[in-house]
Design a protein around this ligand. Structure first.
Ligand code: TRP
Length: 454
């Protein structure tokens, strides 16, 4: 079976464009909304340490594998995996791993967009001064009056999906690349500004740092370890083909090791900086870091509402959140769009509309899980909680496990060595050893132990 040496969707104009785009995918609600609140729930430093370990042992090697598979296949994850499997004389059933990725991206975006929509709503609320001097009850009321109103939540979800469709329909260079070239520098600037703002809180800044970096292992449960691993996948956009499809647009001469390292480091830095911007404000106002998913939407506005310049900086914070979510959302839908264009022979615009509309429709489950559908539960979880748990804690680790098996055991040593093209040779040897033994073992142990199979 022949394999094109360039994707039909075109490619990134440079290695830097890829790094920006993949970092844009990685840096998202996961870093700024989810990382702080799960760190808060699981008690801080010890959780952060496990998360960093997971990034190094699991995240980086899997990212290299995904970029490698993507670039070598030069197609959407379904076709790419099928082509590579055929090339190695292996079973074509591997394409279902690609399918799993398309579906996972679809499911994640369906709830991701609702949270991003909330952030969008909060940009306007913050700048309008709604949070000035707000009480905890008031902040709670403002949040629930947004989430309990199905119509309003739906409207913001709709706007965010349309924003995503617009970028994706414009293609790799004209849409994705252009967007990240504006969004990523803006995001970094906003984040640094906010960390600077938080550093004005003096002792509370130190308290925030302590919370993030002082490990208290007594708080570490097995659930925390699974969450840390799941989050390592989520935050790096791994386990579902987003990085694979971005890799399929990567110029041949770029070094996979270097780009993967840059993306992982940038993503980790943003998560830690977000923690450094958020926790000092939480402590300075005597609030609890363990508020859960509402930390950003209920706790933080109280903090901003009581600080000089809080209206302005609060608005900037939510703008940052929207930018981060936007550049991630496009990567969640790109595998489905690429598949539609390649296999169903539709234009990119039409593909973006079809995929976007389907995700929007499915997103209604999440929209309603906060209001009229809050009673619809399965395994004791609302639809939103269920989708989050199913994707982040189950589908991504399983997808990641299968990707390591594909790259380490299905693909021949010659193929992976040629594609990675790293020097000195021992780096390749180390990567292959890690991807064949260490990473799959680490994922399996954590996963099967927590799920209760081991
Ligand atoms: N990484 C993004 C975040 O941290 C979310 C995301 C984008 C993602 N693409 C993905 C998660 C693919 C899993 C898989 O918010």
């Amino acid at each position: 079976m022949s394999r094109p040496n360039q994707s039909i969707h075109g490619q990134w104009s440079s290695r830097w464009a890829f790094i920006l785009a993949a970092t844009g995918s990685a840096v998202g609600l996961g870093n700024i909304w989810k990382f702080p609140y799960i760190t808060g729930e699981y008690g801080g430093g010890a959780f952060v340490l496990v998360y960093l370990l997971c990034l190094a042992v699991i995240g980086l090697p899997v990212m290299m594998a995904e970029v490698l598979i993507g670039r070598r296949g030069r197609q959407n994850p379904v076709n790419g995996l099928r082509t590579l499997a055929a090339e190695e004389g292996k079973h074509k059933g591997w394409r279902y791993l690609g399918w799993g990725g398309v579906v996972a991206g679809f499911l994640i975006l369906s709830y991701y967009s609702v949270i991003a929509g909330e952030a969008l709503a909060y940009v306007f609320r913050s700048f309008a001064g709604v949070f000035e001097g707000v009480t905890p009850d008031g902040a709670h009321h403002i949040y629930t009056s947004l989430t309990s109103d199905a119509e309003r939540l739906l409207a913001w979800h709709t706007i965010f999906i349309i924003m995503t469709m617009i970028i994706v329909s414009r293609g790799v260079q004209g849409g994705l690349e252009k967007a990240v070239k504006f969004l990523m520098p803006a995001l970094l600037g906003l984040l640094l500004l906010l960390v600077g703002y938080a550093s004005n809180t003096g002792v509370y800044f130190d308290q925030g740092l302590d919370f993030l970096f002082k490990a208290d292992f007594s708080k570490l449960t097995s659930g925390a370890v699974l969450t840390a691993m799941g989050h390592a996948f989520f935050t790096l956009s791994l386990g579902m083909g987003a990085i694979m499809v971005y890799g399929s647009y990567l110029p041949q001469k770029a070094s996979i090791l270097k780009v993967s390292l840059s993306i992982s480091i940038a993503d980790t830095a943003v998560a830690l900086l977000a923690g450094m911007a958020i926790f000092p404000l939480v402590f300075a106002n005597g609030l609890s870091p363990a508020a859960g998913p509402g930390l950003i939407f209920e706790t933080l506005p109280i903090a901003f509402g009581h600080m000089p310049g809080g209206t302005f900086f609060g608005g900037l914070f939510f703008l940052l959140l929207v930018f981060a979510a936007w550049s991630s959302a496009i990567s969640l839908i790109e595998p489905a769009v690429a598949w539609l264009v390649e296999n169903k022979n539709v234009s990119r615009r039409r593909a973006a509309v079809i995929a976007g509309f389907s995700v929007w429709l499915f997103g209604l489950l999440t929209v309603f899980s906060f209001n009229i559908g809050s009673q619809w539960t399965l395994f004791g979880k609302t639809m939103f909680d269920l989708l989050d748990y199913l994707t982040a804690n189950i589908m991504l680790p399983l997808g990641g496990l299968l990707i390591t098996i594909f790259a380490g055991w299905v693909m021949s040593q010659n193929s992976t060595r040629e594609e990675l093209a790293v020097k000195p040779a021992f780096i390749y040897t180390a990567w292959r050893f890690i991807i064949r033994y260490i990473t799959p073992a680490a994922i399996s142990i954590i996963f099967f132990k927590v799920v209760g199979i081991l």
